[in-house]
Ligand binder design. Structure first.
Ligand code: ADE
Ligand code: ZN
Length: 350
């Protein structure tokens, strides 16, 4: 995001946002594949691309809805072939996240996007995990992996993916702690995955699901009541159901909101109309996240800057968003307390 896109922010406010310690809880690692790396991997793996240049590819990122994005996102993932490719993509994300003062990231990955193309699920896990471990060891960058099922595919396919992944659980027990649900929401309600989510709950995974991005508030309700999720990814359409809003406030159910994503996918027409500020002020546990930053125009700081300028957020509100992210994470209590202290010290110092 360029400075011209956030004209009304003071230099002090910009500096405050850029230095604020953050957590990222809604990030698709395949959505961090920047056009430059996509082209480099295509060349390395001898994959033909239907675009003449990085600029031509970037120019194609003009979306009308979720599906128009997903079509390009799955096509882009086709350049990922080797463990090194998954490592390089993840390392590039970590560099962006660290520059944006992200202290902890819980990262979605979609194995079915890759196994469908004949890439081994072990290759996907290994590349992502190698980068995350290296960042933890070298920089103290904390992270977790959330394996997500593609909801446009069948529940049987999700079970097969779970079966293929479970033998790897021990190998990645320091990282893989969650299960998610993403891809085309409309027409693929949470109930479709009731049994596989029940199995994942029995296995002790944390559970999350995309709901109420394009789909109706009823999908948020069934993600809560049928899938038993601990966070709702997006959830912005919950506002259409006042009783649901009251429940989300009462239960302090986290919503992982992605402002630039919502703008790019036409979930909102204008950032000034985004409901994240209203929801925050109503007492919902909303958090800020970047979703697919390579496709939507920016990483964490760009998302914070966009809402701060368009919705006139105060420093205290920005601190509350950062606190909400820590509370909503799947970190152990001691790590949450350490991060919370960092945010409070930052707030006092600024
Ligand atoms: N996969 C990647 N980004 C997504 C989004 N915003 N909604 C649903 N599925 C996705
Ligand atoms: Zn998402």
């Amino acid at each position: 995001m360029t400075s011209s896109a956030t004209p009304s922010l003071s230099a002090e406010m910009r500096a405050f946002i850029e230095a604020l310690p953050k957590t990222e809880l809604h990030l698709h690692i395949e959505g961090t594949l920047e056009p430059e790396l996509l082209f480099a991997l295509a060349q390395r793996n001898k994959v033909d691309l239907p675009y003449a240049s990085v600029e031509a590819l970037r120019a194609a990122y003009a979306f009308t809805d979720l599906q128009s994005f997903l079509d390009l996102y799955y096509a882009g993932a086709n350049v990922l072939r080797t463990e090194q490719d998954f490592y390089d993509m993840t390392m590039a994300y970590i560099d962006h996240a660290r520059a944006d003062k992200v202290r902890h990231a819980e990262i979605f990955f979609d194995p079915q996007t890759h196994t469908e193309r004949g890439i081994g699920i072990d290759v996907v896990f290994a590349g992502i995990a190698r980068a995350l471990r290296e960042a933890r060891d070298q920089h103290g960058f904390s992270s977790a992996m959330i394996m997500s099922f593609l909801r446009h595919l069948s529940e049987e396919d999700a079970f097969a993916t779970l079966d293929a992944a479970l033998p790897l659980r021990d190998l990645y027990k320091d990282l893989w702690n969650g299960i998610g649900l993403d891809s085309s929401e409309r027409g693929n309600p949470p109930e479709k995955f009731a049994r596989v989510f029940a199995r994942c709950k029995e296995l002790g995974f944390h559970l999350v699901a995309h709901a109420g991005e394009e789909g109706p508030p009823e999908y948020v309700l069934s993600a809560l009541d049928v899938l038993k999720v601990e966070r709702i990814d997006h959830g912005v359409r919950s506002e259409e159901n006042p009783a649901l809003m009251q429940r989300l406030i009462k239960e302090q159910m986290p919503l992982t909101v992605c402002p630039l994503s919502n703008l790019k996918l036409c979930v909102v027409d204008d950032m000034a109309e985004h409901n994240i500020a209203r929801m925050l002020r109503a007492g919902l546990a909303v958090t800020v996240n970047s979703d697919d930053p390579a496709y939507f125009g920016g990483y964490m700081n760009a998302n914070y800057l966009a809402i701060a300028s368009s919705l006139a957020l105060t420093r205290e509100e920005l601190l509350q968003l950062a606190r909400n992210g820590i509370n909503a994470s799947f970190l152990p209590a001691t790590d949450k307390a350490r991060l919370m202290q960092e945010v409070e010290e930052f707030g006092s110092a600024h």
